[in-house]
Design a protein around this ligand. Structure first.
Ligand code: ZN
Ligand code: ZN
Length: 358
């Protein structure tokens, strides 16, 4: 079954009165395998339609899966016509992703076709349930994106030296990943060196790498819509005893958390495994969640934080990325992507984790 058929089975059950309208880019891309900046996916009991304007219609006819492409000239008229034609009476709408004005516009169109637009979390919940568990095919796509990312890490080790800037490292990572098949960045690479390392989501700037710096690089590739996400911290020249201890503490926490992952464990309990190891020697230095789901979007479900009570399930792809951030001094983060399995987990990240001093 393709993703549209799976969604239809969850929500419509062949009921001609029901339909689903998908507006947001990631959900449309996920469901049809075709990305576009604008468009509407309408799923009825009998058929799915992908309403796209002139910029995308031709390409979508060749590439979009599971839906008939309809040229969009006048959105109100086209949508009203399809709802009327299928006798639709209830249309499930996205809840979180829809801007208010857009939601009101769809509501009006639905009403003009004699249908009710349903604004609750039914559709969001169904998409979440479908997307949070990855199929083997999806895991293969995420692993392929990660393989490019691992390759980029190996490459960047030969590029980093005292005198290069954060920005140059970030651009080299991006260029290498694109050259090696990535469709794009999963997100703009984070590269922070020395004191900047305490800014866990710092923006790469003109700061120059110096001997004795720890450099944290958080980056990922996007391939066929799926994302990868990894972080490594490396040193240049030499490290102090304190830097080494911080690094090894993060590494111990990361490995222990991964060892604790298997199906049926509360996310917050896995977070705690890493947090306990860090917080005793370095209190208040690990200020973010242990990780997050990854897939069609870089931040998906589960939240994987200290308050997330949800249980891990086989097929979830999650990051494990503890860190220690000491303001004015340095930062270390180590991040792998993990697939949860029945009795453990599989690591999709293959780059080395022992401290590398360049
Ligand atoms: Zn990351
Ligand atoms: Zn991450």
């Amino acid at each position: 079954m393709n993703p549209i058929e799976r969604l239809s089975e969850r929500l419509i059950h062949g009921d001609a009165k029901k339909a689903v309208l998908v507006h947001s880019r990631p959900n449309r891309y996920y469901l049809t395998s075709f990305p576009s900046s604008a468009g509407i996916l309408l799923v009825t009991a009998g058929k799915a339609y992908y309403l796209l304007d002139f910029r995308y219609a031709e390409a979508a006819r060749a590439k979009a899966k599971g839906a008939e492409v309809v040229d969009l000239m006048n959105m109100d008229e086209t949508l009203k016509g399809l709802l009327t034609k299928h006798g639709v009476q209830e249309v499930y709408m996205e809840y979180t992703a829809l801007p208010y004005g857009t939601a009101m516009r769809y509501k009006k169109i639905c009403e003009s076709a004699g249908a009710e637009a349903i604004f609750d979390t039914t559709l969001d919940d169904a998409l979440k349930a479908q997307r949070i568990i990855k199929s083997e095919e999806e895991i293969g796509k995420i692993a392929a994106a990660q393989a490019i990312t691992d390759k980029a890490f190996t490459h960047i080790l030969g590029f980093i030296h005292a005198g290069v800037t954060e920005r140059e490292i970030a651009l080299e990572l991006e260029f290498f990943m694109r050259k090696n098949g990535a469709d794009g960045n999963a997100f703009n690479p984070i590269v922070v060196t020395g004191k900047n390392g305490s800014q866990c989501h710092g923006v790469p700037g003109d700061t120059v790498v110096q001997d004795g710096d720890l450099i944290t690089m958080d980056f990922g590739a996007m391939l066929n819509g799926y994302n990868s996400d990894m972080t490594r911290t490396v040193a240049v020249g030499h490290v102090s005893d304190e830097q080494r201890d911080i690094y090894n503490t993060v590494l111990r926490a990361q490995v222990a958390a991964i060892d604790a992952i298997r199906a049926g464990v509360r996310c917050c309990d896995i977070d705690k495994v890493a947090r306990d190891i860090i917080e005793t020697p370095y209190p208040e230095t690990f200020g973010h969640s242990l990780g997050h789901g990854v897939g069609f979007e870089i931040h998906e479900w589960p939240g994987f934080s200290k308050v997330d009570q949800s249980l891990t399930e086989p097929g979830m792809v999650i990051t494990v990325e503890p860190g220690i951030y000491v303001a004015g001094k340095c930062g270390v983060r180590i991040e792998d992507m993990i697939v949860v399995t029945e009795d453990g987990c599989r690591n999709l990240t293959h780059s080395p984790k022992e401290l590398i001093i360049l």
